[in-house]
Ligand binder design. Structure first.
Ligand SMILES: NC(=O)c1ccc[n+]([C@@H]2O[C@H](COP(=O)([O-])OP(=O)(O)OC[C@H]3O[C@@H](n4cnc5c(N)ncnc54)[C@H](OP(=O)(O)O)[C@@H]3O)[C@@H](O)[C@H]2O)c1
Length: 257
């Protein structure tokens, strides 16, 4: 076995939603594992600030503007990425959003569309673009999708988000099935709750304490809790894994009813 089975040395990794939260954190984890990193999002000021930090630590980093809801923007982003470090070897589909707390009854159509387009269609568009480049170049590739435990279980107030993440889990399996003949593999990382702009409405509310008590480990995730699963899925250590999801949630999914 390689002395560092999770090394990404010599690999280029593109990560979407790298302007804040988990994507911002993961960009550093991937770079520290030796990857050249390409950071994608809409807020370019945040991406430029992050690549300056990464470069000052001695890493190779670039950033591209990409709206994952828009096929043309995804295509342009890949063209820019190609000019910098070549076609990325690994893609991390991390961009995501939630619209606030609504039931399926109070939710408006625009909010449903925004969540589905960002969380689900975006994963498909980015995966499709990467795969077309890999197939054109006659080589395989690796896709890691950031799902959520809400792809497996229900919670009141988050219907489109939960449905989109369940869709991401199924899309992961579909890509694995259809991509395997091209050497393309695809797995998902499903985090439990951690504090970010996606979860702050709940985790910073009065309901937070009781909510956290329902997690067997009695705590939400810290960003670094997800590093191991990310590096396993992004590296060649998972070469024989495809269509799978890894849950990292402090036991939240096995909590009793
Ligand atoms: N926080 C949690 O408890 C939790 C739990 C499970 C899973 N997750 C998942 O973890 C991932 C990261 O979320 P986070 O919690 O770190 O939240 P966050 O800080 O709000 O990060 C979301 C990222 O997605 C990007 N994004 C949103 N819409 C986009 C679009 N149309 N095009 C391109 N990028 C877009 C944002 O960048 P711009 O606004 O600059 O474009 C931002 O960088 C998401 O997939 C989320 O669903 C979160």
């Amino acid at each position: 076995m390689n002395s560092d089975p999770f090394s990404l040395a010599g690999r280029t990794v593109l990560i979407t939603g790298a302007s804040s939260g988990l994507g911002h954190h993961f960009s550093g984890v991937l770079a520290a594992a030796g990857a050249r990193v390409v950071l994608a999002a809409r807020r370019m000021d945040k991406l430029h600030a992050r690549i300056d930090e990464l470069r000052s630590e001695g890493h190779e980093a670039a950033c591209i503007e990409m709206d994952v809801r828009d096929g043309a923007s995804v295509r342009n982003g890949f063209e820019q990425a190609k000019e910098t470090f070549g076609v990325p070897d690994v893609v991390i589909n991390n961009a995501g959003m939630e619209p606030g707390v609504f039931t399926y009854i109070t939710l408006e159509e625009d909010d449903w569309d925004a969540v589905m387009e960002t969380n689900l269609k975006g994963v498909w568009l980015v995966s499709r673009e990467a795969s077309r480049h890999w197939i054109e170049q006659g080589r395989g590739g690796n896709i890691v999708n950031i799902a959520s435990i809400l792809g497996f279980r229900q919670q009141k107030g988050v219907t489109p988000y939960a449905v989109s993440k369940a869709g991401v889990l199924q899309l992961t399996r579909q890509i694995a099935l259809e991509g395997a003949r091209y050497g393309i593999r695809c797995n998902a990382l499903a985090p439990g709750y951690f504090l970010s702009s996606v979860s702050s409405a709940l985790l910073e509310s009065e309901a937070s304490e009781a909510f956290v008590r329902s997690i067997p480990q009695r705590r939400t995730g810290e960003m670094q809790d997800y590093d191991g699963a990310l590096l396993l899925l992004a590296s060649e250590s998972s070469a024989h894994m495809t269509g799978q999801s890894i849950v990292v949630d402090g036991g939240h999914l096995v909590s009793s009813l």
